[in-house]
Design a protein around this ligand. Structure first.
Ligand code: SF4
Length: 695
């Protein structure tokens, strides 16, 4: 029995798996049940985490939606409706809003888990069918700071500009703000090999995470101080004679300004800012400086800050000073989080972007994409609002009054979530396409049941920039449509041609639209992906082999040189004080994915991680009179959340940690600060000031 070769629906590792039917093709219920078998793919090497193993359960879950739901008025409950009624209602209200208030009165919100075809089609639908500038997505909350810093330094953003397998051969790996052992366990196969070869792993994290347990050296800075730490490491790299002067002279620009700035980050000062002891700083600089190949990797811990772009830039400065980017076996990379976090940020569901990683304010880009879409470039809207700015403006006098949400659950995943929920409730029209009744769908006027990953074809682009195939293993249940079919149905009702429901046709159009752009997919086809383990972009022609390693000869800047960025440490947006004396940092757990809308419905995952918790140091628990397992209320200036106290030595005494996968009282994002990074518009998820109370 061969089964269907595909990839996990969850994180950006996109582990290879094979789906096999339980049934024998007799047409009974077992035919609709699939089992998951790990597949030996270059990223996961035959491994899966518990989320991947259980991913097929949701396909036959009683919780999934199988009919559209509509609400007759704001006070009425959701009731089942036919597709004709639901789509007619959505199209009619969109038409009315646009007529009465203009095209910018409607908006779209997408997701970093959607396939490339869907991300592309959402961007096109917003600009061509709705003519609105307002489309953004939850990937803005994920790795946008790393993307902005990568663009600034290298002229191009690709999460890992090298294959993941380089991890196994690097002499040193610096992992800043990523807990791979818990969020992407199969990656540890590469790290274990690296450690067995004698390689060193340095982990930067305020918590003693499972990843830190594997480290040669764990640096445990205070939340929000990674930028100072990176500048301090660069100071020491220069002082200890590890600067790669030839590389800096031949392949970079702007080093002198950075050298002047980091001269002020002497070790004792950095220890005062970060709490990381001077000997550990020196040891880290020595490990990196003496390695003949090294990788500097960032995750959300370094990126989700109001200075996330500058923090990543400081870590890229460190990598450049060591001569790493563009050298085989070495480099800088961002560990993308969501399933299609990479492809989802390339093809037009971002507010400032057109397909192929083109800018929407670039006249040549507008002309190219408008020609593919068969419209006048002047009819393309300009840039819209970034994700939080978009949500924050919903229902306000100059903000959108109607919103279509695909593949996202902002009621749980957006910062300052209580406020975001209020903004959603103020809309004239909220439409949510999802496979289950998520917390956002519960508030919608119209809910459209959509197909799951194993029920449709498509492509994703994994954390390495490798374009891979998701393959249809079975039909969606009766009453369920794919997102592409939903968009085609709406476009038809709006009288706008050009929206195919067929993934391969959408992908072929995406190839034309991306041709000549930074993320050029023109030479990638379903057939080529099927014949290989995926194709790395850029791949401009069908004869081009794809680009596993980037920047080997030059960077994508006008002069071909990588750019240093002169960046300084600054305080977090909300410091602790007498009223809110503790830092809160948020993150993930192994058993759940993003807002948990899917994983909270899978028994084994709920059993492994049933509800929200608040991780705190023993000293803090004693001070508050809290015992392990007791309920604790966390209070910030924006709201409250409750969880079980988990007392552990793994966290600093000035900081508590909450995972963000739950709703209701356990919603960590009721607390988080929406202060935005000025460049990436990333909210400061990773640090805010709170106080704790017995619940
Ligand atoms: S969630 Fe990520 S690490 Fe786990 S199986 Fe899926 S792709 Fe692999």
């Amino acid at each position: 029995m061969t089964g269907t070769a595909t990839h996990c629906p969850y994180c950006a590792l996109q582990c290879g798996m094979t789906l096999r039917s339980v049934g024998n093709g007799a047409g009974d219920a077992d035919d609709a049940k699939l089992t998951v078998h790990p597949r030996d793919f270059p990223t996961n090497r035959g491994g899966l985490c518990v989320k991947g193993w259980t991913s097929a359960e949701l396909l036959s879950s009683p919780h999934r939606l199988t009919t559209p739901l509509v609400r007759d008025n704001r006070g009425a409950p959701l009731r089942p409706a036919s597709w004709e009624e639901a789509l007619d209602r959505v199209a009619g209200e969109l038409r009315d809003l646009r007529r009465d208030h203009g095209p910018a009165s409607v908006a779209m919100f997408g997701g970093g888990g959607l396939t490339n075809e869907k991300a592309y089609q959402l961007g096109k639908f917003a600009r061509v069918a709705l003519r609105t500038p307002h489309i953004d997505y939850n990937g803005r909350f994920c790795m946008s700071s790393a993307a902005a810093a990568g663009l600034r330094a290298f002229g191009l953003d690709r999460g890992l500009p090298f294959p993941l397998s380089d991890l196994a051969t690097a002499d040193a790996v610096l992992l800043a703000g990523s807990n791979l052992a818990e969020t992407m366990p199969p990656v540890m196969r590469h790290i274990t090999e690296q450690r067995e070869r004698g390689g060193a792993l340095i982990v930067i994290d305020p918590r003693s995470t499972p990843s830190a347990a594997h480290a040669t050296l764990h640096l445990q800075p205070s939340p929000g101080t990674d930028l100072a730490l990176a500048n301090g490491l660069l100071h020491l790299v220069i002082a200890q004679g590890y600067l790669d002067e030839d590389y800096v002279a031949e392949r970079t620009s702007g080093f002198d300004a950075v050298r002047r700035i980091v001269s002020g980050y002497w070790p004792e000062r950095v220890e005062r800012i970060t709490g990381v002891p001077v000997p550990a700083l020196r040891e880290a600089a020595g490990i990196l400086g003496q390695a003949s190949t090294a990788l500097v990797l960032t995750g959300r811990g370094a990126e989700q800050h109001s200075k996330g772009t500058d923090t990543v830039a400081a870590l890229i400065n460190l990598a450049l000073a060591l001569g790493l980017p563009g050298r085989p076996g070495s480099g800088y990379g961002c560990i993308t989080g969501q399933g299609n976090g990479q492809g989802g940020r390339e093809h037009g569901q971002k507010a400032d972007q057109l397909p192929g990683y083109r800018r929407i304010d670039d006249p040549a880009a507008r002309a190219h994409v408008a020609a593919v879409w068969g419209i006048d470039p002047d009819d393309l809207p300009g840039p819209g609002r970034s994700a939080y700015e978009l949500l924050d403006g919903l229902g306000t006098p100059d903000g959108p009054r109607g919103l279509l949400v695909f593949g996202s659950n902002p009621v749980i995943s957006a910062p300052n979530a209580r406020h975001v929920s209020e903004r959603l409730d103020s809309l004239d029209l909220l439409v949510v396409a999802d496979l289950v009744l998520s917390e956002t769908a519960e508030r919608a006027d119209v809910v459209l049941p959509s197909a799951q990953w194993a029920e449709e074809d498509g492509t994703t682009t994994n954390l390495e920039g490798r374009v891979i195939r998701r393959r249809r293993a079975l039909d969606p249940p009766p009453g369920v449509r794919t997102d592409l079919e939903i968009l085609a149905g709406l476009a038809e009702r709006l009288g706008v041609p050009g929206f195919s429901p067929r993934p391969v046709e959408v992908f072929d159009e995406l190839r034309r639209a991306s041709a000549g752009g930074a993320a050029d997919y023109a030479g990638i086809s379903y057939e080529r992906i099927d014949a290989t383990d995926g194709v790395f972009w850029p791949c401009p022609t069908e004869q081009h082999p794809g680009t596993p390693r980037m920047f080997l000869r030059s960077f994508a800047t006008p002069d071909g040189r990588a750019r240093f960025s002169p960046v300084r440490h600054r305080a977090v947006a909300e410091e602790t004080d007498a009223e809110y004396p503790i830092y809160l940092t948020t993150g993930r757990v192994l058993a759940h994915y993003q807002s948990g809308a899917q994983t909270r419905l899978i028994d084994a995952l709920v059993k492994a991680s049933p509800d929200a918790f608040v991780e705190m140091a023993p000293d803090l628990a004693i001070r508050l009179g809290l015992a392990d397992g007791e309920l604790v209320r966390v209070v910030s200036r924006r709201g409250t959340a409750t969880g079980r106290a988990t007392v552990t030595e793994a966290i600093r005494p000035d900081t508590v940690f909450m995972p963000f996968h739950w709703g209701g009282d356990g919603r960590a994002n009721s607390l988080t600060n929406p202060a935005l990074d000025p460049t990436s518009k990333m909210p400061e998820f990773k640090v805010c000031a709170v106080r704790l109370e017995k619940a």
